[in-house]
Design a protein around this ligand. Structure first.
Ligand code: PEP
Ligand code: MN
Length: 377
């Protein structure tokens, strides 16, 4: 059994820290006005019987009862059910391993096995590539183009989570082979999505980073499997997930002893229809404040339209993102998925040029372009 917050052997994290965070949980009971002493005594007895410490503070009208102890015991005490209890306030964050309290310094996630690109440091890392792997030529072409513009890793979906069961579902295992082949040829680490816990082993054989898509953010079986697989994970925010829910999803992976987790803001569902999703720019500084994990931004799925991708990417950089995940296609008009939001090679190169300037102003770096653009020759 793999319970929460139990690190497996081999972790570099300190187990005693996890335990102290668990045992130090606090809930505060606010009693109703005029609650008799007898009811307060019964509350105190109940809390103590549950193995928790109690701190009673009597006011003019109300009594405040602090309950301190193990998080699970606090939950199991069902404090809200007790007579005389008007409100129960939780103190502290439900996420522990993902929190800044657990690790004050930023976590660095290496993108590939070879010493190379690290996400979460000073370098702002850009990952580019098609929504779906559609074939060898387009993948190789795209990989070389994004690499020339300064991308540090290649993205490409092999298994696609489509809203319609009739839409293109990806080339599956064949696409994984193509991704691995392209990595061999270019040296670019590859990022691809895993949809199901049963696919983790297969995808992990090929990919450097396993992406959890927005629709799967709360697939707890998948998150647990990825935690145990100890592979690098790019965890995207769910379509209607709060920041806390995103961090709790990360917590599932971390709780299994896998510290190689990157978060990705990709836009959330709002009432706005002018964009595919609404990029939650504020989530970036909030996440940077709350967690030590790297925060990437996917402006493509937030925008839904190619002409909005670069402005959103700039907003992400200005807000402190550690990296970008951008969809790029050799001919977006023919893309089998997400053509409307995919950038051409030229548009991606343009984005990278702007990003480099802004990143510099933010005290970050972006890898240089490696070829002279034809326009400049
Ligand atoms: C994708 O990256 O192509 C994708 C499906 O993203 P999301 O899960 O954010 O919709
Ligand atoms: Mn896509």
């Amino acid at each position: 059994m793999h319970g929460p917050f139990v690190f497996q052997p081999g972790t570099t994290r300190d187990d005693s820290r996890i335990l102290s965070l668990r045992h130090g949980s606090v809930m505060i009971i606010v009693t109703a006005i005029g609650t008799p002493d007898s009811a307060i005594e019964r509350i105190v007895e109940h809390v103590e019987r549950c193995g928790l410490r109690v701190n009673v503070s009597r006011g003019e009208q109300r009594t405040i009862i602090g309950c301190i102890g193990d998080h699970d015991r606090l939950i199991a005490a069902n404090l809200g059910r007790l007579e005389g209890v008007e409100q129960v306030l939780k103190v502290g964050k439900p996420y522990k391993l993902a929190s800044r309290a657990f690790a004050a310094s930023p976590t660095h996630v290496a993108l590939g096995d070879a010493a190379g690109t690290v996400v979460g440091g000073r370098e702002l890392v850009v990952i580019g590539g098609p929504c779906s792997v559609e074939g060898r030529d387009m993948l190789q072409h795209t990989a070389r183009a994004v690499q020339a513009s300064g991308a540090r890793a290649l993205r490409g979906g092999a298994f696609k989570p489509r809203s319609s069961p009739y839409a293109f579902q990806g080339l599956g295992a064949e696409a994984l082979e193509l991704l691995a082949e392209t990595r061999r040829d270019t040296g670019l680490p590859v990022v691809t999505e895993v949809l199901d816990p049963r696919q983790v082993e297969l995808v992990a054989e090929y990919a450097d980073v396993l992406q959890v898509g927005a629709r799967n953010m709360q697939n707890f079986a998948l998150l647990t499997e990825l935690g145990q697989a100890r592979r690098r994970v790019l965890l995207k925010r769910g379509l209607s997930a709060t920041i806390t829910e995103l961090l709790m999803a990360a917590e599932y992976i971390l709780a299994q002893g896998n510290t190689q987790v990157m978060l990705c803001e990709r836009g959330i569902r709002t009432y706005e229809t002018a964009t595919r999703n609404t990029l939650d720019v504020a989530a970036i500084p909030v996440l940077k404040r709350e967690t030590h994990l790297p925060v990437l931004v996917d402006p493509s799925h937030a925008a839904g339209k190619a002409d909005l991708v670069t402005p959103l990417a700039m907003a992400a950089i200005a807000a402190g993102a550690d990296g970008l995940l951008v969809e790029v296609h050799p001919d977006p008009t023919c893309a089998q998925s997400d053509g409307e939001q995919s950038l051409t090679f030229e548009a991606f190169d343009q984005l990278m040029r702007q990003a480099r300037v802004l990143a510099g102003a933010m005290g970050r770096t972006i890898a240089p372009a490696t070829v002279v653009e034809s326009a400049a020759v």
